[in-house]
Design a protein around this ligand. Structure first.
Ligand code: NAP
Length: 317
């Protein structure tokens, strides 16, 4: 399987993985088992997705049935916003590892550069964005403090690689000034409506691998009423025309557009056929003109913006 070699650890990260956000909890173990059975080796989870225990059950069953060994898998998880304080990072990572039933993550990311007030996991887990009264409470934990605690996870072997998600250029440059362990991966929203060229260039220059999330643009946000009434990329005539030229699906074209530019993808699907279709997206090549044509759809349209929750969370302002 095509992969990206991560700077620092030298570990290979698969170019195509499986995303776990909104993977239905009741069928998550089966979905993960099937994803592994069909060839996925990267699983992209997060504390916030609320299905780490079930994902771990799918992994355990796949290992028990001899489909894979733990070391064949690349398991990613993320630190939620309410656990940014130095003293909470390790406890949370250990809690998450326990849920997964594994003893290390291949990659552990800071989910957002946003620190929220601590919520004890015994009170509510996952804690999400709001306090008990429905309000957002910020907390004074600077990223440097959180990153140093992430480095502690790396030192302890609990995370083979550490990284960041939803960070912008200025924050990355600042982090690079003090990082003892450099971020291996930057995970960002990335699709033809939001191509993020300057950020991609910066990460490339710094040797930070990029993983795209929400590669299908508005598709993932339809069910949340957060699609901003954007035309679906999977129905866009530029994409469907190129798909028919290659006898591929629009989804495969969108994924290939990213991977051909060296960006890893982690599509999610609750449907077995689409899950398989998404994995098989690297056996054809788009022409440079087709890549250009798809990239020209960019109009800096972002769907996942915490500023929609509270203006004090405007990390992309
Ligand atoms: N770091 C972050 O802040 C962050 C934020 C968002 C997501 N992520 C990660 O990135 C992963 C992927 O992003 P995402 O879940 O937002 O969106 P996505 O993978 O771009 O899109 C998922 C949506 O597309 C549909 N779909 C999947 N394959 C399809 C296909 N071949 N043809 C037509 N429709 C298809 C899915 O429906 P069905 O399930 O019905 O197939 C679902 O509605 C997440 O699961 C998560 O792991 C990270």
């Amino acid at each position: 399987m095509a992969s990206i070699v991560l700077k620092g650890s030298g570990q290979k990260m698969p170019l195509v993985g499986f995303g776990l956000w909104k993977v239905t909890k009741s069928s998550c173990a089966d979905t993960v088992y099937n994803a592994i059975k069909h060839g996925y080796r990267l699983l992209d989870g997060a504390g916030d997705y609320g299905n780490e225990k079930e994902a771990g059950e799918g992994v355990a069953r796949a290992i028990k049935d001899g489909l894979v060994k733990r070391e064949d898998l690349f398991i990613t998880s993320k630190l939620w916003n309410t656990f940014h304080a130095r003293e909470h990072v390790r406890a949370l990572a250990e809690h998450q590892l326990k849920l997964w039933g594994i003893d290390y993550f291949d990659l552990f990311l800071i989910h957002f550069p946003i620190a929220l007030k601590y919520v004890d996991p015994s009170h509510r887990y996952p804690p999400e964005w709001f306090g008990d009264d429905g309000k957002v409470y910020l907390q004074n934990s600077p990223i440097q403090e959180t990153w140093e605690a992430m480095e502690g996870l790396h030192d302890a072997g609990l995370a083979k690689n550490i990284g960041i998600s939803n960070f912008s250029g200025g924050l990355i440059l600042d982090l690079m000034r003090y990082a003892r362990v450099q971020p291996s991966v930057l995970q960002i929203e990335h699709h033809p409506y939001l191509t993020q060229e300057p950020l991609v260039k910066l990460a490339n220059e710094l040797g930070i691998a990029i993983t795209a999330y929400s590669s299908f643009g508005p598709q993932s946000f339809l069910e949340l009423n957060m699609d901003r009434d954007a035309k679906l990329l999977l129905d866009h005539n530029v994409v469907t025309q190129i798909a028919s030229e290659h006898q591929k699906t629009p989804a495969q074209v969108l994924l290939r557009w990213a991977t051909q530019r060296g960006i890893a993808v982690i599509p999610k699907s609750n449907n077995q056929q689409r899950l398989m279709q998404n994995l098989h997206c690297t056996d054809f090549n788009l022409s440079p003109e087709q890549i250009k044509e798809i990239s020209a759809l960019n109009h800096n349209l972002r769907f996942n913006d915490p500023a929609d929750i509270d203006v004090r969370l405007s990390i992309f302002a």
